[in-house]
Design a protein around this ligand. Structure first.
Ligand code: SAH
Length: 230
């Protein structure tokens, strides 16, 4: 898979992709991540990529031309499945969407800034808009990194234990059960006995029960979907 990210602040995307699982995924050639400096696609001397909003009001807007030029240049080299814009008013990011995006070959992610991007880019160039939650961040770089991380960890071979992503929260509408490691007792706080019993069937049942009760208590909305899928 190949992910191209367009941004005015490439430095914000350096560290998320240069450590741990996301770094190894690139080293293993399971994913290619290319970060593009939007200013390289500006046609003016100052390399500016934003302008005042028509109609007035506070805040600058990312201009249409540099983004269009960048995407056109990328599309001239390969076919892209989707051009995604990270935006607070986009579709809320959920596991099912990550699962389906992890099956794509090539995607472009646009990280906005300031007041956002010229609406015509959204109307004519963008295929999908994704939000990471009902709050506003100062730029789309962290949302782009979140999306890329959520997708990349699903690619076959990225996680050491391949079944591990499947047992994470949300894969089956349920939250994950609690996990423990050694020591078995710390300050008198003991690990549930069943997890140390070696009885794999009972452990599986315990985990399933914990998942259910945790989801019911913390996310009744998910529990409803799980217990009565439409
Ligand atoms: N004026 C916009 C917010 C702009 S924030 C509004 O009120 O909707 C600047 C940039 O940060 C956006 O262009 C977007 O790319 C990114 N961003 C901010 N919050 C986000 C969120 N919750 N999800 C995804 N992207 C977000």
């Amino acid at each position: 898979m190949r992910i191209d990210i367009i941004t005015v602040l490439p430095e914000l995307l350096e560290s998320p992709f240069s450590a741990s699982i996301l770094k190894r995924a690139q080293e293993k050639k399971l994913v290619e991540i290319h970060v593009h400096q939007l200013r390289d696609y500006s046609t003016n001397k100052q390399k500016s990529v934003d302008d005042y909003a028509f109609g007035g009001g506070a805040g600058m807007v990312l201009s249409i031309e540099p983004i269009d030029r960048c995407i056109t240049a990328l599309k001239a080299q390969r076919r892209y499945d989707e051009v995604i814009y990270m935006s607070p008013d986009g579709e809320p990011l959920q596991q099912a969407l990550c699962n389906s995006l992890s099956l794509k070959e090539n995607i472009i992610i646009i990280a906005g800034h300031y007041k956002g991007i010229d609406e015509r880019i959204r109307e004519h160039i963008v295929d999908r808009e994704i939000s990471v939650g009902d709050y506003v961040l100062s730029g789309g770089e962290l949302p782009a990194a979140i999306l890329a991380d959520a997708i990349i960890r699903l690619l076959p071979g990225v996680l050491n234990d391949e079944t591990s992503a499947l047992s994470d929260s949300f894969q089956d509408q349920l939250l994950a059960p609690p996990v423990y490691t050694r020591p078995a007792s710390y300050k008198g706080w003991a690990v549930p006995e069943i997890l140390r019993s070696g009885d794999l069937k009972s452990i599986e049942q315990w985990r399933q029960d914990e998942s259910l009760s945790r989801t019911k208590a913390r996310r009744p909305d998910l529990y409803k979907k799980y217990s009565s899928p439409s």
